[in-house]
Design a protein around this ligand. Structure first.
Ligand code: PMP
Length: 367
């Protein structure tokens, strides 16, 4: 059965690699060697142990994680990690610093403040450019790191504002805690700088309902009586199987890791991602102001490209015509307005080429 392929620019849940979906479809009723659907088997079976092991190893290999890192598959989204991270990682008298470059970082900061009554920690807003509308990441001389801080939190890619750190914030010896929900496994990172890396799967890794948490064992405090489900120790000691995990989601992640290796692992996919982003930003820059981006050039995201047209009526027309031309998910987030093209790992180059052609033609007609 032929399925019309739409150009999927959704922000998340988002496009998945076609070969992964095809494999999942082929195996849906009968997982090879199992005879049942992956959704019909126990999370404690040897067959599922193999699947979760493969997903764990896939992430481990792609990020080049040492044995000191745990790889967890949890639920509750990145949103729960906004709370679990400070609950677990901060004690009374500890301090965490937050670098806020968009709405998600702001939510993470607010969540850390909201759990202060339980951990008695100090939560410091070390940088925010909210007043300027979240258009950039700061230079290192714009924030001051307290060398006694337990961690510095940042959002590697702000999905709504299209603002991405091009490299890690400079924090000296203070470990980073990063929300990488919208650029996870899209490029290599220096994991030695991180105490914890987390993100929802639903943009670059798989379906929604799985949160990947990478955490350095020696960064965890000893067990200190948190409610069990909220305690990283519980999930570490039970290898993400304390309660029933999202088995289907973890299965898809295992396939996406294979697919990423076929793309040349993180270096390979990063080159493809850079080429796609360049194509789109070049089109915006060459439009003489007909299209204009939200983020400042040095902070532009390779994953989410919010942009606007010079007048609101034209934006509405663009969105309607783009939808009619099979472009999905191109309407911008209400906080920024305009348009947003999310161009995650799995979005093919041809989709960006088609969008750029559409933009060029639209400008020719309406410019
Ligand atoms: N952080 C970022 C950067 C995000 O893009 C999102 C979701 N779009 C979240 C956190 C929240 O994730 P979740 O819905 O999985 O809790």
């Amino acid at each position: 059965m032929a399925v019309t392929q739409l150009y999927n620019f959704n922000a998340g849940p988002a496009v998945l690699p076609r070969p992964v979906l095809e494999q999942a479809q082929a195996e849906l009723l009968d997982l090879p060697g199992v005879g049942l659907s992956v959704m019909e088997i126990s999370h404690r079976s040897a067959d599922f142990e193999a699947i979760i092991g493969k997903a764990r190893d896939g992430i481990r290999q792609l990020y080049n994680l040492g044995d000191d890192f745990e790889v967890l598959f949890l639920q509750g989204g990145a949103s729960l990690q906004f709370e679990m991270a400070p609950l677990n990682l901060l004690h009374e008298g500890d301090k965490a610093q937050y670098l806020v470059t968009g709405s998600w970082g702001q939510k993470a900061f607010a969540a850390a403040q909201s759990v202060q009554r339980w951990n008695g920690a100090e939560i410091d807003l070390a940088f925010s450019d909210e007043d300027a509308g979240f258009t950039r990441v700061p230079d290192s001389n714009e924030y001051e790191i307290d060398s006694a801080a337990r961690y510095v939190h940042f959002t590697s890619n702000e999905t709504i504002h299209g603002v991405q750190w091009q490299s890690e914030p400079q924090t000296g010896k203070v470990l980073l805690v990063a929300d990488v929900s919208s650029d996870m496994l899209s490029r290599e990172i220096d994991v030695s700088k991180y105490g914890m890396i987390y993100g929802g799967a639903q943009k670059n890794l798989g379906p929604s309902g799985v949160t990947v948490v990478l955490i350095r064992r020696d960064f965890l405090y000893p067990k200190n009586g948190l409610p069990k489900m909220l305690d990283y120790h519980t999930h570490v000691s039970k290898e993400s199987l304390y309660n029933t995990p999202n088995t289907f989601g973890i299965y898809i992640i295992s396939l996406v890791c294979d697919w990423l290796k076929d793309q040349g692992s993180l270096n390979g996919i990063a080159k493809i991602n850079a080429a796609k982003a360049k194509l789109l930003y070049d089109a915006i820059d060459a439009s003489g102001g007909f299209y204009y981006g939200h983020a400042q050039k040095e902070s532009r995201s390779v994953m989410n490209v919010p942009f606007r047209l010079k007048d609101g009526e034209l934006e509405k027309r663009f969105i309607a015509e783009a939808a009619a031309a099979d472009f999905v998910g191109i309407k911008g987030h209400r906080d920024v307005g305009g348009l947003r093209a999310s161009i995650y790992n799995a979005l093919p180059l041809e989709a960006v080429e088609a969008l750029v052609d559409f933009m060029t033609e639209f400008m020719r007609r309406c410019g």
